[in-house]
Design a protein around this ligand. Structure first.
Ligand SMILES: NC(=O)c1ccc[n+]([C@@H]2O[C@H](COP(=O)([O-])OP(=O)(O)OC[C@H]3O[C@@H](n4cnc5c(N)ncnc54)[C@H](OP(=O)(O)O)[C@@H]3O)[C@@H](O)[C@H]2O)c1
Length: 252
């Protein structure tokens, strides 16, 4: 644990994170654990989750893992329920799981579009549905989502991916407006290129290697995005960090 854990607004908070088995989700879990959060980490690759959890427990953190496929509503209900069972509450849901099946619209990759809608949009909605009653009952709660600069600067090949991210941006703004009683906070973090495994979900080999080289050449480390998420979480309850973009300085 780091010294500032005692003074930050993160110590003791119960945070559930989807897509915590790699990249931004894993980096967020590691940073929040070091800062004293109690974690419920979810993803499909439970071997990865178990390795991360074992590592964090050795460092003194309280962590549970939950096999979570965000395309299944019951899995999000289970993730939230596990937080409440294990720790008595849920303070933050970081809806971070995402896939990127990019390609030109003309390719008509309907299966890829559907997969992105299921993970990137439905997955976030299921999280809102699962956690909202808990947040309302507690009188506080915080939704954090990982969206993307792809939804801000629209470029070829990323149309549907960007659309899924902007759907979530829209939902988060509505949620914010519906939650001005001070109970629920909402934060949307839009990263540019980050060095993660996200290219693994791209089916087109040329696009995949193009994105991989951009990530390797100038992508941010996922820890940079984790710091933004931690910043949003540690604010006092009456301060809501709404939308944050974080890009490599050299990204066009
Ligand atoms: N990397 C970038 O440049 C970048 C830029 C902007 C936004 N983002 C967004 O950042 C988020 C995190 O991605 P990342 O870059 O860290 O990539 P990543 O390393 O590939 O991580 C993606 C995570 O999502 C999980 N996931 C995928 N499908 C899932 C499903 N059906 N159910 C549950 N979990 C699922 C993966 O876990 P399992 O496979 O184990 O389930 C993995 O933990 C995504 O929403 C992505 O769109 C990334």
């Amino acid at each position: 644990m780091t010294d500032d854990a005692t003074t930050s607004g993160i110590t003791g908070k119960v945070v559930a994170i989807t897509g915590a088995s790699s990249g931004i989700g894993e980096a967020t879990a590691r940073l929040l654990a070091d800062r004293g959060a109690r974690l419920v980490i979810g993803a499909r690759r439970t071997d990865r989750l178990d390795g991360i959890a074992a590592d964090l427990r050795r460092r003194g953190a309280e962590v549970v893992t939950v096999a979570t496929d965000v395309t299944r509503r019951a899995d999000l209900d289970g993730l939230v329920a596990r937080a409440v069972e294990e720790f008595g509450r849920l303070d933050v849901l970081v809806s971070n799981a995402g896939i990127s099946k990019i390609g030109p619209l003309g390719d008509g990759d309907v299966d890829g579009w559907s997969a992105m809608i299921d993970v990137n949009v439905r997955g976030v909605l299921y999280g809102i549905s699962a956690a909202s009653p808990v947040f309302r009952r507690q009188g506080s709660g915080h939704f954090v989502t990982t969206v993307s600069t792809a939804g801000l600067k629209i470029v070829p090949d990323m149309g549907v991916y960007a659309a899924t991210k902007n759907a979530v941006r829209t939902v988060m703004e509505a949620l914010r407006q519906e939650s001005t009683d001070g109970v629920v906070r909402t934060t949307s973090v839009s990263p540019g290129f980050v060095r993660t495994e996200l290219d693994g979900s791209i089916d087109d080999p040329d696009l995949r290697s193009q994105i991989r080289s951009s990530m390797d050449d100038f992508g941010l480390p996922p820890e940079a995005v984790a710091r933004v998420i931690a910043f949003a979480i540690e604010q006092p309850d009456d301060v809501e960090i709404g939308d944050v973009t974080i890009r490599p300085t050299v990204q066009g």
